[in-house]
Design a protein around this ligand. Structure first.
Ligand code: AHR
Length: 655
């Protein structure tokens, strides 16, 4: 009988009926869902994203620039470039005052040609038939024009396309060319040659972008990666970090004002993930800041998410600095606080204001309607609240409607965490950011974590979390444990107002940290099982929580089951989410109090996998994906057979 029912469930349209004999082949589990009185509203920000430039997520990732070290500002000025002939770096009379170095190519004495080759980020990804937009700033050092040959070169050294550019005059000017690739190559190169002997030219900001970017914006973002974000329909977008906000030193902290205005003049910063892990060093990891705060706000708007910028609170990374010498003294915080106030003006101010005008000049006269700001990332101890306090006072005085997110530190429990929360309550932060990178057992044991939180206090932002299995893979097991845990987030929507998995992106060849939500190489994107879990929750988030109990208690692991339910008042749908983490099939009977009489049509989404270590890979990107089927339910009471180790979502339509 059990097998018969399993078969029925697997065939497209099925009628799920009450089975009175369940006790004969398994424990009968009844789940009551009360649809008569919907509970807490689900915040639009509930299921969000957190972006940090880690794992080459920005340069070499989301930011579609294909040239590494385009401004010759890396500490090793020619890193990323291979040079031949007469090539030198200069900085006198520069084109861009905040990125002053440039390269001089001279072809005067040598027999060998002079030129440069850039290998991009583990190669330059080209697609057959696609156009690529090349540009540089150049000037000649003498009177005579200099002809450059710009070539796309394949991994196997075939010249794929070439264009000539003639640099004329001793004043800096921008030059552009369009190149088309006849074939697909994940590891191509860009080569620039001086064509004729006797010439010398200065070049800067050498850039190559695909013409096809997100919304075909020149100098824009990688379309496939943005699409993977948009498809989650996130309610929140937190940026730009993470640890990079703090910096290893206060000088290398993230400063948003350096990331706006013309990209050519945004000063380069080293990326702290360059050297953070001794076993995964990437000496060529820098931040061009071509993806800056304007682009983050625009992206948030275009994917329908509330922007949540994180600003430095006057402290550098506490993991790297165990005393306060590296932090800004409280009495010197004024420039940091001014940055926070100016950011609100940049996002929301009128075009007549200083920062509002810059936003408008960059292409967005309308305000971005910023509502939230986070001050500090993973801060702990007394040093933090004594700095956060003055920020809160200043922000409240000038922008009383902006909601402020404070930190509870890097760990989800313990002395510092408790102290952090106590201080956030005292300072009346609106939301408190909690982080947890923890093993499967933790996620399962913490499904009831927020049942105990005070709904009157600051709200919770689960701002960074991911289940870390021993293999550190983005395995199905990790995703299932996250799904189980997330039913607890959803059930507690009265206290949990925002959440985000972390980190978001990782380049297969260049990662520092795993697991991550989305993997990519120069041409492809792979969505992990965790991505599908996030998407199932976010795209079926409903508007209000429905009380969901078994034996009058929330289902937080009894029989390996974790469940939550919501209704969508706009559509009248009831949405059930249930994770079966046990190795057995579980038969559950749902009783929907106040639900409509059947038959009712519903969609069923099933995420499961034969092996708990299973993951999606470049070779097999769709190994673990949800299966959808249309089903018919008998009405207010029906029995479901839940596959072992599975996560399921049922969307029940009103008649
Ligand atoms: O997500 C990776 C890192 O984890 C973040 O930068 C930091 O906030 C946390 O420690």
């Amino acid at each position: 009988m059990k097998n018969t029912m399993m078969r029925i469930l697997r065939t497209g349209m099925v009628l799920l009926v009450w089975f009175p004999f369940l006790g004969a082949f398994g424990q009968e589990i009844t789940i009551d869902v009360d649809a008569r009185k919907p509970g807490a509203p689900i915040q639009p920000t509930m299921w969000g994203l957190f972006f940090e430039d880690i794992n080459f997520g920005a340069d070499g990732g989301l930011y579609a620039e294909l040239i590494k070290n385009r401004s010759f500002e890396f500490d090793n000025r020619l890193m990323g470039w291979e040079s031949f002939g007469e090539v030198s770096i200069h900085e006198d009379n520069p084109c861009f005052d905040r990125n002053p170095r440039y390269v001089r190519l001279s072809y005067t004495t040598e027999l060998n040609a002079t030129g440069l080759e850039n290998r991009g980020f583990s190669g330059i990804g080209l697609k057959a038939g696609e156009k690529y937009l090349f540009s540089l700033y150049g000037r000649t050092s003498g009177e005579a024009p200099v002809v450059l040959l710009v070539q796309l070169v394949s991994r196997s050294n075939v010249i794929l396309n070439a264009k000539e550019i003639t640099i004329t005059g001793q004043e800096w000017q921008k030059y552009e060319a369009e190149l088309t690739s006849p074939l697909t190559d994940a590891q191509a190169r860009l080569r620039i040659l001086v064509k004729a002997r006797g010439s010398s030219a200065d070049l800067d900001h050498i850039s190559l972008f695909p013409a096809k970017t997100w919304k075909n914006r020149p100098g824009g973002l990688r379309e496939d990666l943005v699409q993977a974000l948009a498809d989650i329909k996130p309610g929140l977008f937190r940026f730009p970090g993470g640890c990079i906000v703090e910096g290893t030193t206060i000088d290398t902290r993230y400063q948003w004002k350096n990331t706006v205005g013309p990209v050519e003049n945004r000063p380069l910063n080293i990326n702290r993930w360059n050297y953070t892990f001794a076993h995964r060093r990437f000496p060529d990891y820098y931040q061009s800041l071509g993806l800056g705060f304007y682009e983050y706000f625009l992206l948030s708007e275009e994917i329908g998410a509330e922007p949540l910028p994180v600003l430095n609170c006057g402290m550098s990374c506490q993991f790297e600095n165990n005393d306060d010498h590296q932090h800004c003294k409280v009495e010197n915080l004024e420039p940091y606080i001014r940055d926070a106030l100016d950011l609100v003006e940049f996002a929301n101010g009128p075009v007549t204001s200083h920062w509002g005008k810059l936003r408008s000049d960059m292409g967005h006269p309308a305000p971005f309607n910023l509502k939230y700001i986070a001050i500090g990332n993973e801060q702990w101890g007394e040093l933090y609240p004594e700095r956060l306090g003055p920020f809160i006072d200043a922000l409240r005085a000038r922008y009383p409607d902006i909601r402020i997110v404070g930190s509870s530190g890097p760990y989800p429990d313990g002395k510092e965490f408790d102290y952090g929360w106590q201080e956030m309550r005292r300072l009346k932060a609106d939301l408190v950011d909690e982080h947890y990178y923890r093993p499967p057992e933790w996620f399962l044991a913490n499904a009831a974590r927020y049942d105990r939180y005070d709904p009157q206090g600051p709200k919770v932002f689960a701002g960074e979390y991911a289940c870390h299995t021993p293999s550190r893979k983005n395995s199905f097991e990790a995703a299932l444990c996250e799904a189980a845990f997330m039913t607890g987030l959803e059930r507690n929507a009265a206290v949990v107002h925002m959440t985000a998995y972390a980190p978001l992106f990782a380049h297969y060849d260049n990662w520092q940290w795993r697991p991550d939500l989305i993997w990519f190489d120069n041409l492809n994107v792979v969505k992990t099982p965790s991505w599908y879990v996030q998407q199932l929750f976010s795209t079926r988030k409903g508007t209000h929580v429905l009380t969901t109990t078994s034996g009058e208690k929330p289902l937080t692991g009894q029989n390996g089951l974790y469940a939550s339910s919501v209704t969508d008042k706009k559509t009248g749908e009831i949405i059930l989410k249930i994770a079966n983490t046990s190795p057995e099939t579980r038969n559950v009977t749902y009783r929907i109090r106040g639900g409509e009489k059947g038959p009712l049509t519903a969609e069923r989404y099933l995420l499961t996998s034969p092996g708990k270590e299973d993951e999606n890979t470049l070779a097999e990107p769709l190994s673990v994906v949800p299966r959808k089927e249309e089903i018919t339910l008998t009405g207010q009471e029906f029995t479901l057979s839940l596959e072992p180790a599975s996560f399921q979502v049922f969307v029940i339509h009103p008649k």
